[in-house]
Design a protein around this ligand. Structure first.
Ligand SMILES: [Zn+2]
Length: 440
């Protein structure tokens, strides 16, 4: 295996440590499909003992910061965002699978090298994860939650492929069915949400403590984490009591809820992007009813303030990046995952901490920190190059200049190393018809 030397770079490790200035990063670069990459050296250029051979690639990264590939841990890669009324599938499963795959592969172009599918239909996520694992396909890593589990008539009950349950036995059965299908984690819809129709109850739990506890008990017996969609204090407090591991969205949190979250040491995936209707791409907004758009506008500032309270108490610990939109959807003309990092800074994280949320923290939540998520010797080479200093100015994260996935350069715009898009159709790189912009 050859090596690639990235020198004269700044390096952000994904663990929240200050950037290494004048750094060097060396990776093994696979030449065969079956080979895996590995980070061989991370540190100061002066102390690097590895010497490039004449046939090995040396890239001058002056002016660039290297960081781990980003995670987006709250995504639904199914077809576009519009809600499917009356459980009618306008696509059919085979075509839906292709849409899912296209959305998945596109994410790589936006610097996302790992996705947690946070509830998807028809077992598509598990099938694609298996194909990726066997190297049949090329794209970000995928961590799966399978079908979302919800109470009868609960949030998103009209969406396809969810499992509606009532009573402890049905919740336990649903969790077992998803584990049997091969999912990595479990997703519950625990309360109403901003995207519900007018009149929906946003301010209570929709799952009883007994039902939530039964679902968590089965999941934890199988060492699976549970993520829950949560909108309000009553639901969040219930979810914490019953053992939900990963709290998603959390628009409304009073001081008591925030204290409970911190005391019980739970993961938090704010998805601040999804409520920021004032900066959404019109294509995304156009797919949502005007009533929901207004509710998103009403809730967004409250949402930011709720997350800010957690950050004020706990800093970056156990905060992760998820968007609840496709990674290719644009907010303020920038891809959703990048925008979520900016939103987390608005809620109180430092830029360096926001990068930690998008990388190391999210790898821990996904339980793949032994493979990726940090720039550490021995881990897989999932690496981004950003022009500027995103750890100091988060807006620099918009200057995505190189994506490396498992030691393969996907594209590079570095002055010293120009590489067109590889592994994916070249015209995708500058393509503006992605995600919900295309009415598949
Ligand atoms: Zn979601």
């Amino acid at each position: 295996m050859k090596r690639i030397f990235l020198t004269n770079v700044r390096i952000v490790d994904g663990d929240g440590n200050p950037a290494i200035e004048d750094g060097c990063l060396v990776v093994s670069a696979p030449e065969k499909v079956e080979e895996d990459s590995s980070i061989l050296y991370v540190g100061s250029k002066a102390e690097c003992q590895l010497v490039p051979q004449p046939e090995e690639q040396v890239v001058d990264g002056t002016g660039y910061t290297l960081m781990p590939g980003m995670f987006n841990v709250h995504v639904h890669l199914r077809a576009t965002s519009p809600r499917y009324q009356f459980k009618c599938d306008p696509y059919g499963t085979p075509y839906r699978t292709l849409i899912y795959l296209r959305h998945h592969m596109e994410a790589l172009l936006k610097g996302v090298t790992c996705i947690r599918g946070c509830g998807d239909s028809h077992g598509i996520d598990v099938a694609i994860r298996k194909a990726l694992g066997k190297k049949m396909l090329w794209g970000p890593r995928l961590v799966t939650c399978g079908k979302a589990i919800l109470p009868h008539g609960g949030h998103a009950n009209h969406q396809l492929g969810s499992l509606e349950c009532s009573g402890e036995a049905q919740f336990m059965e649903a969790v077992r069915s998803q584990i049997n299908d091969g999912v990595d984690q479990i997703k519950l819809f625990y309360s109403g949400g901003a995207s519900d129709a007018a009149g929906a109850n946003m301010f209570t739990a929709h799952i009883t403590d007994e039902e939530g506890a039964a679902a968590c008990k089965v999941a934890h017996m199988h060492h699976k984490k549970v993520a829950a969609h949560l909108s309000n204090d009553v639901a969040i407090q219930s979810a914490i009591r019953v053992g939900v591991d990963s709290l998603e969205h959390c628009y409304y949190m009073n001081d008591e809820t925030v204290q409970m979250l911190v005391d019980n040491d739970r993961w938090l995936v704010p998805t601040l992007t999804v409520t920021d209707a004032n900066h959404s791409d019109p294509a995304w907004l156009g797919a949502i009813s005007p009533f929901v758009v207004q509710r998103l506008r009403d809730v967004h500032q409250i949402h930011v303030e709720s997350i800010a309270k957690v950050i004020a108490k706990r800093g970056a610990e156990k905060i992760c990046t998820g968007t609840d939109t496709l990674p290719t959807d644009l907010f303020d003309d920038t891809p959703a995952t990048t925008y979520e990092c900016e939103m987390l800074v608005e809620a109180g994280l430092t830029p360096l901490q926001a990068l930690q949320a998008a990388t190391g923290n999210s790898a821990d939540l996904c339980e793949i920190a032994d493979k990726t998520g940090r720039l550490k010797v021995g881990l897989s080479a999932d690496i981004l190059a950003i022009k500027g200093k995103p750890d100091q100015n988060i807006r620099d994260l918009r200057n995505l200049s190189m994506v490396m996935r498992d030691g393969r350069i996907v594209f590079s715009k570095l002055e010293s190393y120009q590489q067109p898009l590889q592994f994916l159709p070249p015209e995708w790189l500058e393509c503006d018809t992605m995600g919900t912009r295309v009415p598949w």
